[in-house]
Design a protein around this ligand. Structure first.
Ligand code: KIV
Ligand code: ZN
Length: 387
């Protein structure tokens, strides 16, 4: 059976950019969009055009330069939002309007001061209006994660009838457990008339650290698009991290899913987005963190030196990292010291290694991490062995 292609919908420039203090100008956004296209994402959500003239301009400029990916603009289920989104996308080769409304009890009651029936009417009107401007219309049911499944199914069915080509099921508050989110997607697959005609999309937030697991559960249960951001940036605890879902699908071939992402570009684009948005990547971040391929304990170092696969499930080259690192600390053993010494030009005999290892531990206790400069100094002591 050939692998099913999962569409990667990147929202770094919209949901990701909602991180406080990391607003980009148009030039920077265009550059990020070009890199996302080169990375191989299928959809770039370029902004929320009604939100500011700057966002509008960015969507216009991105629409001009992106040729292969779909360019998407967000709107609420509000006439002027939808018309503005349509205007900003006029020059896109593949334009998509993303429109929608809150569907959970709490959103309907407190945020929208409305009723379930009126929400359905607004959903239908929004999709129908967007459809007048573009063929490709994505409908989002905001807070779908906390929406009753029967009601969610009704809203989705109406959105399809009104012309939606993609249904987005956001876990807006990052509330769901993977089983629960997967079951929601399956329920929609099994109970919404016409669902086979549309793309079903996951959009998960990370408030409980479940965004990646929930997105994968969604895909296992029938979703064929994942919405995500580089480095998982986004509102509050962030969105699903693009690099994580792409690598999960790649590392588990029995899932029979693939993406169009060139994984060798992941490290570079992660750094670029982090630098441009000034949002540091935590060192232990999966796939792209500084420590993702660094080994510090003696036991692990010994294993990795013998065979990388003992403690690494991903070849770092696959994500654009040159090599794994052996970090020398007081927990490192002789194997790691000999390995790093060899890398900088010292082939040590067993006796020499015994001698320098003692000095190494003294330096390591004093300095936490031993660098190449220290190693050169330590190596100069190796001749003491001959005495
Ligand atoms: O999290 C969410 O519900 C969203 C929608 C606006 C798509 O970002
Ligand atoms: Zn979101």
């Amino acid at each position: 059976m050939s692998n099913q292609k999962i569409q990667i919908f990147d929202t770094t420039l919209r949901d990701g950019e909602q991180v406080p203090g990391c607003k980009l100008n148009t030039r920077e956004k265009v550059e990020v969009a070009k890199r996302l296209e080169a990375l191989g994402v299928d959809v770039i959500e370029a902004g929320f055009p009604i939100s500011s003239p700057g966002d509008f301009e960015s969507v216009v400029e991105i629409s001009k330069v992106v040729k292969n990916a779909t360019v998407c603009g967000l709107s609420r289920a509000v006439e002027k939002d939808i018309i503005t989104a349509a205007q900003s996308l006029e020059q896109a080769v593949r334009p998509r309007i993303h429109t929608g409304i809150g569907t959970s009890e709490s959103h309907i009651k407190f945020k929208l001061n409305s009723t379930p029936e009126k929400i359905i009417e607004r959903a239908i009107a929004a999709v129908a209006l967007a459809k007048k401007y573009v063929e490709d219309v994505e409908f989002y049911a905001e807070d779908a994660g906390r929406t009753d499944n029967e009601f969610l199914a009704r809203v989705c069915e109406h959105a399809i009838q009104a012309g939606a080509t993609v249904l987005n099921i956001p876990d807006t508050t990052g509330y769901c457990l993977p089983d629960e989110y997967g079951a929601k997607i399956r329920f929609l697959k099994e109970n919404v008339k016409g669902i086979h005609k549309v793309i079903l999309s996951t959009h998960c937030h990370n408030d409980l650290g479940m965004a990646t697991a929930n997105s994968i559960a969604g895909v296992i249960n029938g979703a064929t698009q994942i919405e995500c951001t580089i480095n998982g940036i986004g509102e509050r605890a962030g969105n699903t991290a693009l690099e994580e879902v792409v690598m999960v699908l790649r590392q588990h071939p029995y899932l029979n899913k693939t993406t169009g992402v060139d994984t060798k570009q992941l490290n570079a684009i992660s750094r670029y987005v982090s630098d441009t948005m000034r949002v540091p990547v935590q060192p232990n971040k999966a796939i792209v963190g500084a420590n993702a391929f660094a080994h510090s304990s003696g036991i692990h170092q010994d294993g990795v030196i013998k065979n990388r696969e003992t403690y690494e499930i991903i070849d770092p080259k696959e994500v654009g990292v040159d090599h794994s690192s052996i970090i020398l600390t007081a927990r490192s053993g002789r194997a790691a010291l000999a390995y790093r010494m060899k890398n900088i030009g010292y082939e040590l005999t067993r006796d020499e290694l015994d001698v320098v290892y003692k000095s190494f531990l003294e330096v390591a206790d004093a300095k936490k991490e031993v660098q190449d400069d220290d190693l050169h100094e330590i190596a100069s002591l190796r001749h003491k062995v001959a005495v």
